[in-house]
Design a protein around this ligand. Structure first.
Ligand SMILES: Cc1cc2nc3c(=O)[nH]c(=O)nc-3n(C[C@H](O)[C@H](O)[C@H](O)COP(=O)(O)OP(=O)(O)OC[C@H]3O[C@@H](n4cnc5c(N)ncnc54)[C@H](O)[C@@H]3O)c2cc1C
Length: 450
């Protein structure tokens, strides 16, 4: 990537996946970057991230990522669908080799820690500064720049603040207050992530049979569902249990919470209940899905990325992918910056490019959750009958049925739209339409000031 002719000072609030990814691409584009992370940066989590092809493709272009993903990533062969009440396997949406090679990237599972460690070394190698133990408590804007206040009473100034501070983002809250807007929630999805030691599963033939190591295992319940992800490098098999029912539970943010689970799993097959009951750790979550709002604010000095910007389901397949796409988009746009006048245009471009993509992904992910959690009855039976056809359909059958109203083919086509998205091409397409105008505006401004 070329360095931008004009360098800005960015402060990034949050040093997890989206903050680190932004830090790397913005620094690589020639900007000054300081990342403020409230944690000590030492705490390691055992969770796994899904990296669908649209994310893997971006990461593969970053130094060392290809090697990391090859050595530490676990390749997924598809989504395997089972009934939660009987464990019957009713469908398999295979990630066919032919399609994946056209997409030029795999669907992988990778450790959250591994990804964060590699992103951290990319940031530091590129010259970004990361300050741990730095909790941001306020952001103010004046005269085209922003001041970020920290809990310890210190403050820092910059041209642009990037809110990469996750689902409960303080930067987003300050932006919404400034714009006098309320965050409008569409759905609430209570969920639980649990980890079962892999050893426990491997020692029991019954559990080993239930948990396919090569696919994303989905157990479809009545009003809830379980998605199991196996990462060959993790000591645990991770399960996300999501419910569509609202729960009146006072959750805390503790990552140490243990079972019993507050969901009613009585309709699940006893073997699945037993497996879930073996969890060594249990992380409850309540995910609010928001109506997608402006991601640029505070007079054009603040922008949001990752979970702070949108609410791609944390139990879905695209939460981290959206964060990486956001970063790639912002970095690519700001690698073109040559004049201050262009800042607002590039931020608006970011908003325009990302809004439709993240809204569509959020909707698609929620819809997928609804489909795998259909309450028992005729609609659920229709879904299972349609899914069963996938067990005998091969690649040619899918190809021949392209564009038809076959439910399976339609689901697969939806996946492909998500997987085929290329964040860099989206920016380059936008630039080919508007870039010359933006450059001319900057030149006019320069001429006026001479
Ligand atoms: C420790 C951790 C482990 C995770 N493990 C998994 C997992 O195993 N599987 C999975 O699918 N998803 C996981 N996630 C969520 C996943 O990272 C995100 O959904 C997705 O990658 C988008 O990331 P993000 O960087 O936008 O948000 P987040 O991952 O939520 O990161 C936000 C960061 O901002 C920091 N922060 C928040 N407020 C402030 C503040 N006021 N000042 C300074 N810093 C602040 C937080 O400490 C955090 O590091 C995890 C998140 C975290 C924080």
């Amino acid at each position: 990537m070329e360095s931008a002719p004009l360098s800005l000072r960015f402060i990034i609030v949050g040093g997890s996946i989206s903050g680190l990814a932004c830090g790397y691409v913005l620094r690589r584009a020639g900007h000054e970057v300081v990342i403020l992370e409230k944690s000590d940066g030492k705490t390691k989590t055992g969770g796994s991230i899904r990296s669908p092809p649209n994310m893997t493709r971006i990461l593969n272009e970053w130094p060392g990522m290809d090697t990391l993903l090859r050595s530490r990533g676990t390749k997924c062969s598809g989504y395997g669908f089972r009934r939660a009440d009987t464990l019957e396997r009713v469908g398999f949406m295979q990630f066919h080799e032919q399609i994946m090679s056209e997409l030029q990237a795999d669907f992988l599972v990778v450790q959250h820690n591994d990804l964060c460690d590699q992103l951290t070394s990319l940031c530091l190698g590129a010259g970004a500064v990361i300050k741990y133990g730095s909790k941001v408590v306020d952001v103010k804007t004046a005269g085209g720049s922003a001041t970020v206040s920290l809990e310890d009473g210190s403050s820092l100034s910059c041209d642009i603040v990037v809110g990469a501070d996750g689902h409960n983002s303080i930067v987003r809250a300050i932006m919404a207050e400034d714009a006098e807007e309320d965050l409008e929630s569409t759905h609430t999805v209570p969920g639980i992530n649990i980890s079962v030691p892999t050893k426990v599963i491997e020692q029991d033939p019954e559990f080993s049979l239930m948990c396919d190591y090569n696919e994303l295992s989905i157990w479809m319940g009545s009003g809830s569902s379980v998605v199991g992800t196996r990462d060959k490098n993790a000591e645990t098999f991770n399960f996300s249990i999501c419910s569509l029912a609202s729960l009146d539970i006072d959750w805390d943010e503790s990552h140490e919470k243990k079972i019993p689970l507050p969901f009613d799993l009585s309709g699940y097959d006893p073997r699945l209940r037993k497996l879930i009951g073996l969890a060594s750790a249990c992380y409850p979550t309540v995910h609010q899905l928001y109506v997608q709002d402006d991601v640029v604010g505070l007079d054009g000095t603040a922008v949001l990325v990752g979970d702070a910007a949108h609410s791609a389901l944390i139990h879905g397949s695209h939460n981290s992918a959206m964060a990486i796409e956001d970063a790639a988009t912002l970095g690519r746009l700001f690698s073109r910056l040559s004049h201050r006048k262009q800042i607002s245009m590039l931020l608006n471009a970011y908003q325009e490019i990302r809004h439709s993509r993240t809204s569509a992904t959020q909707d698609s992910e929620y819809q997928a959750l609804v489909e795998i959690s259909i309450p028992s009855g005729p609609i659920q039976e229709g879904r299972d009958t349609a899914l069963k056809a996938s067990l005998t359909m091969d690649f040619e059958d899918f190809q021949n049925a392209a564009g038809s109203n076959n439910m399976l083919v339609q689901i697969w086509e939806q996946y492909l739209v998500l997987f085929a998205y290329n964040a860099i091409e989206a920016v380059d397409d936008w630039w080919s339409m508007w870039g010359s105008m933006i450059d001319e505006l900057a030149l006019d401004e320069l001429a006026d000031n001479m």
